[in-house]
Design a protein around this ligand. Structure first.
Ligand SMILES: Nc1ncnc2c1ncn2[C@@H]1O[C@H](COP(=O)(O)OP(=O)(O)OP(=O)(O)O)[C@@H](O)[C@H]1O
Ligand SMILES: [Mg+2]
Length: 247
């Protein structure tokens, strides 16, 4: 919660209080991406305008093949747009050098995937350390921060467990701890509950929905799961590569 020094607090909504400087973090302007094959051109993302403010929770719905993952890859700079621009904190991703793009992904973004993407041979704590070690954070500090991050997702008693000794929900919590540990500005979650049963998925959704409030990160939550929309500040929908706002 923000500190306030005036007497008008009662006239300000809770949403405003939680987002004191809700400026645009991410801005997409007429972004398009085509995949070319010998026989056809797939217009995976077409003329998309989108913005995400700091600490905003945006749910992105849409049928299979509508372009959701492609959009996340464009936002992450892992794919380059054929047209339009993706700006993060005012900077066009197309202007990044390779090392700036890498630094952008490592320091500003966190990723959560449907299939967890944990390293099989590493413990929960080691998995969470990875993004910090890649950034050159010293070993001892990385382990301390990883432990704290795992405690924040309720896994302080699973530090030494390798993924094969964790439940699906626990694996996703480790992945969320890993996404969080570098204090990113934006978390991109692609079908984070897709491999989980309803109850476990609900708990993971709650955790993701709390990230803006508790960790100051904006979240783009790609999902087929309509339940995610109840947590979202905004709900967007992709259809055939085009984006519209539902709520
Ligand atoms: N690397 C690729 N090469 C060619 N076509 C691709 C590639 N990746 C995706 N596509 C096509 O682009 C379209 C959008 O795919 P995308 O993965 O973005 O959809 P999605 O909304 O994430 O689907 P899902 O909900 O099934 O994950 C689909 O028609 C897909 O077949
Ligand atoms: Mg996808």
């Amino acid at each position: 919660m923000v500190e306030r020094d005036d007497g008008d607090a009662r006239t300000v909504t809770a949403t405003t209080l939680e987002r004191p400087q809700a400026r645009a973090l991410l801005e997409l302007d007429s972004v398009s991406k085509r995949y070319e094959s010998v026989s056809e051109t797939i217009h995976a993302v077409e003329d998309v305008d989108m913005s995400v403010r700091e600490r905003e929770l945006v749910a992105l719905l849409g049928p299979s093949g509508s372009g959701k993952t492609t959009l996340l890859l464009l936002i992450a700079g892992l794919l380059r747009a054929d047209g339009g621009s993706v700006r993060f904190e005012g900077r066009d991703l197309a202007s990044f050098t390779k090392s700036e793009a890498l630094a952008y992904r490592r320091t500003k973004l966190g990723f959560v995937f449907q299939d967890f993407n944990l390293s099989a041979g590493l413990s929960a704590q080691e998995n969470v350390c990875v993004p910090l070690l890649l950034r050159g954070v010293p070993h001892g500090e990385a382990h301390g921060r990883a432990r704290a991050s795992l405690a924040q997702v309720g896994l302080e008693r699973r530090l030494t467990h390798t993924p094969d000794r964790l439940s699906g929900g626990e694996k996703q919590r480790v992945a969320i701890a890993r996404a969080l540990v570098g204090e990113p500005k934006l978390i991109l979650a692609d079908e984070a509950t897709g491999s989980l049963d309803t109850e476990t998925g609900d708990a993971v959704l709650e955790l993701l929905a709390a990230l803006p409030r508790e960790h100051g990160a904006a979240v783009v939550l790609v999902t087929h799961d309509i339940r995610a929309t109840r947590h979202a500040d905004r709900v967007l929908q992709m259809r055939d590569g085009r984006l519209s706002e539902l709520q």
